[in-house]
Structures are given as C-alpha cells and as structure tokens.
Design a protein around this ligand. Structure first.
Ligand SMILES: [Cu+2]
Length: 127
C-alpha cells in the first residue's frame, strides 16, 4: 500500500511531465506557423524581412472591398518589383481609408511586401 508521503513525489513528477508536454506543444505550434509561412506561394525559404520592398505606381481602382480592407487596381508596370502592368487585388494597411476612393478613380499608390504578398500602404488621387 502507498502512503501519502510516497504519493507526493509521484504527483510532482506527473505535474512536471504535463508542464514539459505543454511547453513542447506550444513550441510545436510556433514551429508549424513558421513552416506554413515558408510554404506560402511565392515565398522562399530565405529571411522574408530582408526581402521586404517598397514601390509606388499608378493605377485605376477597379473594385473595392471595404469590409475586407481590399482594393483591386489595374496598375502600370512597377519596375522596382519587376511587375508588368496587371489587374490585381491587394490587402490594404490599417491606415488606408478606402472610403476616400471609388471604383474608376485613377490613383497613385505605394505597396510594401515580398514575393506574392504585397500590401497597399497608401492610395492618393491622381496620376
Ligand atoms: Cu500587380
């Protein structure tokens, strides 16, 4: 039969094992997220922070998704990031006020990002 005193060390061992398991679990979540970032289309295995680029161009607003904070631009070529002219949807930074633009507007805009993940940082009227 086990006495109280012999149970105590066993319990603390179980607690330590649970804690270690929890730490390992949290660690593996972080690792999984890092891996899925690397497997996103257009993103390489190199340090993404080092590849962040900023570029500006002009375009016409062809669609707006204010709720989703997205803007579709038919934009001119952007040599700084090697883009041909194209129509594409961008997520916009929190600072961008999409209520100030409407479909059909000709705008100047800036983007930052890398690979296929560019975010519009500013949109202003005129070209
Ligand atoms: Cu584009």
């Amino acid at each position: 039969m086990l006495s109280r005193s012999s149970l105590k060390p066993q319990r603390s061992f179980v607690a330590a094992a649970l804690l270690a398991g929890l730490i390992g679990f949290v660690g593996s979540i972080g690792h999984a997220q890092a891996q899925s970032m690397n497997s996103m289309p257009g993103m390489g295995k190199t340090d993404q922070k080092a590849e962040q680029k900023t570029a500006s161009s002009t375009g016409t607003v062809t669609a707006l998704n204010a709720a989703g904070k997205k803007i579709t631009l038919d934009h001119a070529p952007i040599a700084a990031v090697n883009w041909p002219a194209m129509k594409m949807e961008f997520p916009t930074a929190a600072s961008v006020d999409l209520s100030k633009v409407k479909v059909g507007d000709k705008v100047r805009f800036t983007v930052t990002g890398s690979g296929n993940n560019y975010t519009v940082q500013s949109v202003s009227p005129g070209q």
